[in-house]
Design a protein around this ligand. Structure first.
Ligand SMILES: Cc1cc2nc3c(=O)[nH]c(=O)nc-3n(C[C@H](O)[C@H](O)[C@H](O)COP(=O)(O)O)c2cc1C
Length: 388
C-alpha cells in the first residue's frame, strides 16, 4: 500500500490504474483550459494568517449544509460516469461519504442508477438533475429521486449545451468504451480495472438506459447530450422543477451576481458558485474570485456554497473563511476513487479533513463555525477589478 499524503498522490495512482479515456475525461477543462487552471491557481493567491500562542485543543470541523449536519463542510459533487473510473463507482463513493458523514450527490449521468445507490446505502443522498427535452422523463426522474428518499435536489444550470473538451473527442469517450485498436492497447495495461469492470453489470448510464425511448445512442456522451439536454432551460422552468420536487433545492453553476440574485428570488435553499470545474465556459473567472461579489449580493438571502478548484483542506478553509457555508469536491474524490475505490474516496476525505483541521489550528481557530475572513490575507483587487 503506497503512502498517501495528499490529493496529488491519489491523482497519480488514478492515472496509472484507469483507462486513459476516463482519466482524461476527469482531468480536462474545456477548450484552452484557462478557467480549469485558474480555478486551482487562484486559490494559491489567497494566503492564510499564521497565529501563535492560542489554545488549539478540542477542535471541530462539524458544520451544517442546508440544515443537514456534516462532519466537515465538504460534499461530493455530482460527477458523470463515476462508475467508469472504477466499477460500481457511485455506490463506492456514496458509501464512503456516508461513512465519513458528508453528503454524496448522484449525477443524472451516473453509471449506477438512483435505485442502485439507494439500495446500497442507508442514509439519504442528494440527486443532481440535468433538464432534458423529454419533460415526461424529467418528471419520472424527479419521482424516482423522491422514491429513493433523496434529501436535496441539485439543479445544474451551467450545462444546457456541452463545452468542448478536446481529449474526449480524440479519445472517442463512451460508456462502455468502444473497442478500437487504440482503446484495446490502452485497456490491456489496465487489467485490474478491467477485471473489476467485468465483475459488474453496471456499465451504462443507469438513470437513462431502460428509462427512455427513442434515444439513438446513450454510449456517446457528447452526442446524447446534444440530442437530449434542454437548451431552453430558463428561470421559469427552474421554478416549475422546484415546485415539482417540493423539497430542498440547490442551484449549481452560478458565477454571476445577477444570476445569484435570480436564484435567491426563486427561493433556492442554496446556490453553488461554480464554473463546472472549468469544463464549460473557458475564459470565465474562477469560482473563488467570484465568491466575494456573490456573497455581498445574496449572502444574507441564500446559503452560498462553492466548488471548482478545491484540491486540499486549505482550499476548503479559504472558501469557508471567505463566507461559503459549504463546498463541493469533484476531481479530488474522483482521483481517490480511481486510485483505490471506496477506500480511496475515504482517503481523499481524510486528507482534506486533516489539512483543514491542522491549518485551522495554525490560524488560531478551534471551531470551523468561528472561522472568518480574519484568517485570510487576500491580495488587493482579487475579486473586484473587472469591468462588465
Ligand atoms: C469528470 C467530471 C464529470 C462531471 N459531471 C457532472 C455532472 O454530471 N453533473 C454536474 O452537475 N456536474 C458535473 N461535474 C462538475 C462537478 O460537479 C463540479 O462542479 C466540479 O468537478 C468542481 O470542480 P473540481 O473538479 O475542480 O472540484 C463534473 C466534473 C467532472 C470533473
Amino acid at each position: 500500500m503506497p503512502v498517501i499524503t495528499c490529493i496529488e498522490d491519489l491523482k497519480r495512482l488514478h492515472k496509472k490504474r484507469t483507462p486513459r479515456m476516463f482519466y482524461d475525461y476527469a482531468e480536462s477543462g474545456s477548450w484552452t483550459g484557462q478557467t480549469f487552471r485558474e480555478n486551482t491557481e487562484d486559490f494559491q493567491q489567497i494566503r492564510l494568517r499564521q497565529r501563535v500562542a492560542v489554545d488549539m485543543s478540542d477542535r471541530t470541523l462539524a458544520s451544517e449544509m442546508i440544515g443537514q449536519p456534516v462532519t466537515m463542510p465538504v460534499a461530493l459533487a455530482p460527477v458523470g460516469l463515476t462508475g467508469m473510473q472504477c466499477a460500481d463507482g457511485e455506490i463506492k463513493a456514496a458509501r464512503a461519504a456516508e461513512r465519513f458523514g458528508v453528503p454524496f450527490t448522484l449525477s443524472t449521468m451516473s453509471i449506477c442508477s438512483i435505485e442502485d445507490v439507494a439500495e446500497h446505502t442507508t442514509k439519504p443522498f442528494w440527486f443532481q438533475l440535468y433538464t432534458m427535452r423529454d419533460e415526461d422523463y424529467v418528471r419520472r426522474l424527479i419521482q424516482r429521486a423522491k422514491d429513493a428518499k433523496c434529501s436535496a435536489l441539485v439543479i445544474t444550470l451551467d450545462l444546457q449545451i456541452l463545452g468542448q473538451r478536446h481529449k474526449d473527442l480524440k479519445n472517442g469517450l463512451s460508456a462502455p468504451p468502444k473497442l478500437t485498436p487504440s482503446t484495446i492497447a490502452n485497456l490491456a495495461t489496465k487489467w485490474a480495472w478491467g477485471i473489476e469492470m467485468l465483475g459488474t453489470k453496471r456499465r451504462q448510464f443507469g438513470n437513462i438506459v431502460g428509462h427512455v425511448t427513442n434515444v439513438s445512442d446513450t454510449a456517446e456522451l457528447g452526442a446524447w447530450t446534444a440530442e437530449q439536454f434542454d437548451p431552453r432551460l430558463d428561470w421559469k422552468k427552474v421554478e416549475q422543477i422546484k415546485e415539482l420536487w417540493g423539497g430542498p433545492v440547490i442551484l449549481k453553476g452560478i458565477l454571476d451576481v445577477e444570476d445569484a440574485k435570480m436564484a435567491a428570488k426563486v427561493g433556492a435553499d442554496a446556490i453553488v458558485v461554480s464554473n463546472h470545474g472549468g469544463r464549460q465556459l473557458d475564459g470565465a473567472l474562477s469560482s473563488i474570485r467570484m465568491l466575494d461579489p456573490i456573497l455581498q449580493a445574496v449572502g444574507d438571502q441564500v446559503e452560498v456554497h462553492l466548488d471548482s478548484g478545491i484540491r486540499s483542506g486549505q482550499d476548503v478553509l479559504k472558501a469557508v473563511a471567505m463566507g461559503a457555508k459549504g463546498t463541493f469536491i469533484g476531481r479530488a474524490f474522483v482521483y481517490g476513487l480511481g486510485a483505490m475505490g471506496e477506500e480511496g474516496v475515504m482517503k481523499a476525505l481524510e486528507v482534506i479533513q486533516k489539512e483543514m483541521d491542522v491549518s485551522m489550528a495554525l490560524c488560531g481557530k478551534r471551531d470551523i463555525k468561528d472561522v472568518d475572513r480574519d484568517i485570510l490575507l487576500i491580495p488587493e483587487g482579487f475579486s473586484g477589478s473587472w469591468q462588465a
